[in-house]
Design a protein. Structure first.
Length: 476
């Protein structure tokens, strides 16, 4: 009996790894990070991707995760066939983040989407281009529908029930600020419960708008939790659902907030053109919003210009935010915007400046000094204050800002930047036991990488590197 011939080698996978500048071991490590963030116990050995290059195909969700990861490195869409050199033969295809979203922007469209379960264990692929920017403009182009229901299976929605729903929404937002995405599965369940209520209960148009606004806020919170957990496809899915609900609520201010978060995600993923489109849509949606919201949107939009390396656009958004903050206004901001203060807005601007400095080496010193000044207050938030996730994240950014300044100014630099970087990193480390934030942890891994060369000549940096590796060991 003839021996079965081995599968043909996968030169396409080898080529994609070469383009990314990755060894197969790097792909294995990236896969393990994603698997862990998805709650999977599965781990890929460092040498396993060599077998894939020789023609093997892994089982389960791993092939689709490889497609998703490599698409992110290439900044383009990739199909299963393009990566594995064969058609899919087993397992369900992953969902795109915009799956099932091509529905009319009316009440029937929203209620139909509420019947779609939000996938939790299934792979959701992030999208780019018109798939994510198209809904942003469609939301602004269509009038808000009248949302009412005569269904009676769950009875009538009463004022006490609305009060309870609003309390759940507020507490979910506070939970995210305090500890990050540790409870995101619970918050997702609250969204599903409210979605069922909207499909089955009886309510008038005014109550329907309030229910839709609450649904949008829960989806927005779930979206940010997923983004912070590095689950980009799930985050986009949540944001698109949130945008639908905010549109049904007729709440342009809330829609602007969601669009700005979508822009921030696109910037973080390395898609500045998408980020700028979404920032423009957010700016348009916020035109008549309260000052607190307009200031928030302008500040978040600085991140899109930072990702694009556009100093003029960045300064324009920053100046606009500062002008709005100084406007005398009697109009209160919405309850979901209660966390907005000058410390948080400064911190967002500060991390944008660190990104911008990477694009503009001639202006790097000035930009990094300004960034450090703006990041300082949030990085050193007291441990008994609410925004612990933000404090962790921006503490890591502050440490990176000082390390970048240290590199830029060598050999004339002093020990000040190193001392400040070490202090900021240590402050961030102290928040790790109570905060769940994959993206912040990744920033601290980046701090460890960038402080390694300094550790060869500095005992203080060497001690920080040891403490970082110890604190981050469970996430490695």
């Amino acid at each position: 009996m003839a021996e079965e011939s081995p599968p043909p080698a996968n030169g396409r996978l080898s080529e994609l790894l070469h383009r990314a500048g990755w060894r197969p071991e790097t792909l294995a490590r990236r896969l393990n990070t994603v698997l862990a963030s998805n709650g999977s116990d599965r781990r890929i050995h460092d040498k396993t991707p060599y077998r894939w290059i020789r023609g093997e195909v892994p089982h389960g969700e791993v092939p689709d995760l490889v497609v998703q990861i490599l698409a992110g490195t290439q900044g383009t869409e990739l199909t299963y066939e393009q990566v594995w050199n064969r058609a899919r033969t087993r397992g369900p295809a992953p969902l795109r983040a915009d799956h099932g979203c091509g529905l009319p922007w009316d009440s029937a469209g929203l209620l139909s989407l509420l019947g779609e379960p939000v996938p939790t264990r299934r792979i959701v692929l992030a999208v780019t281009g018109a798939a994510i920017t198209g809904p942003a403009w469609a939301c602004l182009d269509h009038p808000a529908p009248t949302l009412a229901s005569a269904a009676d299976a769950a009875g009538r929605v009463t004022p006490p029930l609305l009060t309870m729903i609003n309390g759940i929404v507020t507490h979910a937002q506070q939970l995210d600020d305090q500890q990050g995405g540790a409870a995101r599965a619970f918050v997702a369940d609250q969204y599903s419960s409210l979605a069922r209520l909207m499909k089955r209960a009886s309510y008038d148009a005014a109550t329907g708008r309030r229910l839709a606004a609450a649904l949008a806020q829960l989806a927005q919170t779930n979206g940010f939790m997923a983004f912070d957990a590095a689950e980009d496809g799930h985050a986009q899915r949540w944001y698109l659902l949130a945008l639908r609900a905010a549109h049904a609520a007729g709440d342009r201010a809330l829609a602007a907030s969601i669009l700005a978060l979508m822009s921030n995600q696109a910037a973080d993923r390395g898609h500045p053109l998408d980020a700028l489109q979404l920032a423009n849509a957010a700016q348009h949606a916020a035109r008549h919003a309260p000052g607190a919201v307009r200031s928030l949107i302008a500040t978040r939009n600085t991140l899109a210009y930072a990702a694009a390396g556009d100093l003029t656009g960045f300064n324009h958004m920053h100046d606009q935010a500062a002008t709005i903050r100084n406007e005398p206004t009697a109009e209160p901001g919405p309850s979901w915007a209660g966390y907005i203060d000058h410390v948080e807005l400064d911190a967002i601007t500060g991390r944008g400046l660190v990104v911008l400095a990477e694009h503009l080496p001639r202006q790097q010193t000035r930009l990094l000094r300004q960034a450090a000044h703006l990041l300082h207050a949030r990085a050193y938030t007291p441990h008994d204050a609410t925004p612990q996730r933000s404090a962790l994240r921006h503490g890591a950014w502050l440490s990176l800002a000082h390390l970048a300044a240290l590199r830029q100014n060598q050999p004339t630099s002093t020990t000040d930047d190193l001392d400040h970087s070490i202090t900021a990193a240590r402050s961030a480390i102290t928040r790790l036991p109570t905060v769940s934030s994959v993206r912040s942890v990744r920033l601290l891994h980046r701090v460890a990488t960038e402080v390694t060369p300094v550790a060869r000549r500095s005992p203080a940096a060497r001690a920080l590197l040891h403490d970082l590796r110890t604190a981050l060991a469970p996430t490695a």
